[in-house]
Design a protein around this ligand. Structure first.
Ligand code: 3PG
Ligand code: MG
Length: 417
């Protein structure tokens, strides 16, 4: 079921509503990583080059959803996009939708671009999430109206809908789902942008017809976030290498002493079952870099799988690096999500760095490597290895949900080819 893409339509003279995920990291008002903006440029340039009038929508962070907050304004993103395109990018009004936006959009000329303010300033954007919290799992009539009004206020502005916001495709929010359906309802196309197309192609290829050995590498803090993913991957992969804090819960389930390491005590029984059914597919660290104090302790090499009572694990150790790197070297397909340790601190970055280097080396020898977004993508970029991977996803939660095999309504709803 291939989805129609922006390459299949002509938008000359049309007003195009394009959802992007410009939810980029910002520190002290400055964008620290603009990859999500850069990755959306091909779709944006396509529309402008064809003489379309482009209206971009994005969310930024998690504001209170009660109106404009300067801290969450899309302004820095509009400025960055303007630099990248080398042309002005108009910024929509603080009220997000309404008469002021209507006249700004009406005034757009062919090849001009406007970025709406953070769609999450309007409570209608994420309203579909509230249904889960209501007793009957449905929106109240007032909630539904807030949502529908917001969808309508956007949808009336455009002739064409483009979804190029892969990082948001695990949400059923107004601008990523409702507006697409509303544009379709009035007879307009709703298509995938180049980025969404590319993300799906790589993620799908990696998990549907992987060249073997197929190795998954998982890390990060919580195993509870990734149980579904592990179960799903166990059906498909030859090996799953697990590092990061989540490894300690699995080690605890195996009866290994983990000292003061971070552990999800309520997950240990569940992990025993998971390990029992996994055969030899799950590979855990065999040694560690630990410390006696998370904030102020010095790094200590623990050359054993067991960790002393006064220490907590911070990174995988040298023997684990060797073990993991060996498995990765033989891989033909690699999917990686989550760092191996507290990589943002140099003392505990070796595990993550070594794994990144091993994946880059395997890729050079012909393996397909797909890096899930979020921390592992950031780590790979910081190490300057991003060009050496086959694909780095712009989606964190979205790439996880895709790999878990969940359906993504915002993608499902797009026009078929
Ligand atoms: C992300 O960065 O995870 C996406 O932009 C989605 O944001 P959200 O988790 O706040 O919905
Ligand atoms: Mg998220």
């Amino acid at each position: 079921m291939a989805k129609k893409s922006i390459a299949d339509i002509n938008v000359s003279g049309k007003t195009v509503l394009m959802r992007v995920d410009f939810n980029v990291p910002i520190k002290d008002g400055r964008i620290t990583n603009d990859r999500r903006i850069v990755q959306a440029l091909p779709s944006i340039k396509r529309v402008l080059g064809q003489g379309g009038k482009l209206v971009l929508m994005t969310h930024m962070g998690r504001p209170a959803e009660k109106g404009f907050e300067a801290e969450f304004s899309a302004k820095p993103v509009a400025e960055r996009l303007s630099q990248l395109l080398n042309k002005p990018v108009k910024l929509g009004p603080p009220g997000v939708v309404g008469a002021e936006l209507d006249s700004m959009v009406a005034a757009l000329k062919a090849g001009e671009v406007l970025l709406m303010e953070n769609v999450r300033f309007n409570p209608g954007e994420t309203m579909p999430d509230k249904a889960k919290k209501n007793p009957d799992k449905k929106l109240t009539p007032e909630q539904q109206k807030t949502h529908d009004d917001f969808v309508a206020a956007i949808a009336k502005l455009g002739d064409v809908y483009v979804n190029d916001a892969f990082g948001t495709c695990h949400r059923k929010h107004a601008s990523i789902y409702g507006v697409a359906k509303a544009v379709q309802a009035k007879g307009g196309p709703a298509v995938a942008g180049y980025l969404v197309e590319k993300e799906i192609r790589y993620l799908h290829e990696a998990v549907s017809a992987p060249k073997r050995p197929f190795v998954a590498i998982l890390g990060g803090a919580k195993v509870s976030d990734k149980i579904k993913l592990i179960s799903k991957l166990l059906e498909k992969v030859d090996r799953i290498l697990i590092g990061g804090a989540m490894a300690y819960t699995l080690l605890a389930a195996k009866g290994v002493k983990i000292g003061k390491s971070r552990v999800e005590a309520d997950q240990v029984e569940e992990m025993k079952k998971l390990l029992a059914g996994a055969g030899d597919k799950i590979v855990l660290p065999v040694d560690h870099i630990a410390t006696d104090n998370f904030e102020s302790g010095k790094p200590v090499v623990v050359s054993d799988v067991n960790i002393a009572d006064n220490l907590l694990g911070m990174d995988i150790g040298p023997a684990s690096v060797k073990l993991f790197s060996g498995v990765i070297a033989a891989a033909k397909t690699v999917v990686w999500n989550g760092p191996m340790g507290v990589f943002e601190r140099p003392d505990y970055a070796t595990g993550t760095r070594s794994v990144a280097e091993a994946v880059a080396a395997a890729t050079l020898k012909g393996a397909v490597s797909v890096i899930g977004g979020g921390d592992s993508a950031a780590a790979v970029e910081e190490m300057g290895l991003d060009e050496k991977m086959t694909h780095i996803s712009t989606g964190g939660g979205a790439s996880l949900e895709y790999l878990e095999g969940k359906t993504m309504p915002p993608i499902e709803t797009l026009d078929e080819k």
